[in-house]
Design a protein around this ligand. Structure first.
Ligand code: ADP
Ligand code: MG
Length: 249
């Protein structure tokens, strides 16, 4: 599996007696959207947190472009090319759209005052921030206060923040959450194109979006991957029906 852009190997994470992540090995290949689905409490967010560095696994490792990033901080993983968006927004609501994008381009570990000393660096950051806003269709809103954006626009801005660091892979936890039908459609179209920039590991509840977007789906139940396959394979799987999809239908 050397072609994987992002890979987890045998991740384990327990909270007391609860196995939130139980031997999870998944991979993300160039150009693909790999969706992670499963009932509430299955361990999806816990998995994402271990990949992005917010949570240290009990055992196992995370690899980005073949490099073991398990020992790196969240900020260092972002600098290494792991672009993530959150289930709960991490934007600075009182700052402008452009300021949020600039903060992303700085990387959270940066010391702004050192960066701002260099005019060349300043221009480079501004260029990257503006290009990312343009990519997500928020150029016109650059000077607006972030709190004024619609929910969908905030989601787009989160993607722009991730884009500023030139990610090798995206990790997204429920980007459709809170979006209406129209918003979800817009986001689905957007993510469909975004996979050309970098593959996406997508945790999502919206099954219309998952079925429309996913090249592969992995199903998590009680912390374990019970199946990985194409949309058709997952829909046809009896085990998945019983464990998860059956309850939705
Ligand atoms: P999902 O995102 O699939 O809904 P989570 O990863 O949020 O699931 O949670 C998986 C399980 O781990 C749940 O039973 C949840 O209550 C538990 N859990 C998550 N985070 C913690 C924590 N920090 N401490 C204790 N239990 C946790
Ligand atoms: Mg979750």
């Amino acid at each position: 599996m050397s072609e994987a852009v992002l890979e987890t190997r045998n991740l384990h994470k327990s909270f007391g007696a609860l196995k939130a992540t139980d031997d999870v090995s998944i991979d993300l290949r160039p150009g693909e959207i790999h969706a992670i689905i499963g009932p509430n409490g299955a361990g999806k967010s816990t998995l994402i947190a271990q990949i992005s560095g917010g949570l240290q696994p009990d055992a196992g490792s995370v690899h980005l472009s073949g490099r073991d990033v398990s020992g790196l901080s969240t900020a260092a993983r972002a600098q290494a090319g792991l672009g993530r968006t959150f289930q709960i927004s991490a934007l600075a609501m009182e700052d402008t759209v452009l300021e949020n994008a600039l903060l992303g381009a700085l990387g959270q570990s940066g010391r702004p005052w050192q960066f701002w000393r260099s005019a060349a660096r300043h221009t480079d950051l501004l260029d990257r921030a503006l290009a990312a806003l343009d990519r997500v269709g928020l150029s016109d809103a650059a000077e607006q206060v972030t709190a004024n954006l619609s929910h969908g626009q905030r989601r787009q801005l989160e993607v722009a923040v991730a884009l500023t660091l030139g990610p090798k892979a995206f990790v997204m936890d429920e980007p459709m959450a809170g979006l209406g039908t129209e918003g979800s459609k817009t986001m689905t179209t957007f993510l469909d194109g975004l996979r050309e920039e970098a593959p996406i590991l997508l945790v999502e509840h919206d099954m219309d979006a998952v079925f429309a977007l996913a090249d592969r789906i992995s199903v998590l139940v009680y912390g374990r991957v019970i199946a990985t396959g194409t949309v058709d394979e997952i829909r046809a799987s009896k085990e998945v029906q019983e464990a998860y999809l059956g309850e939705e239908a």
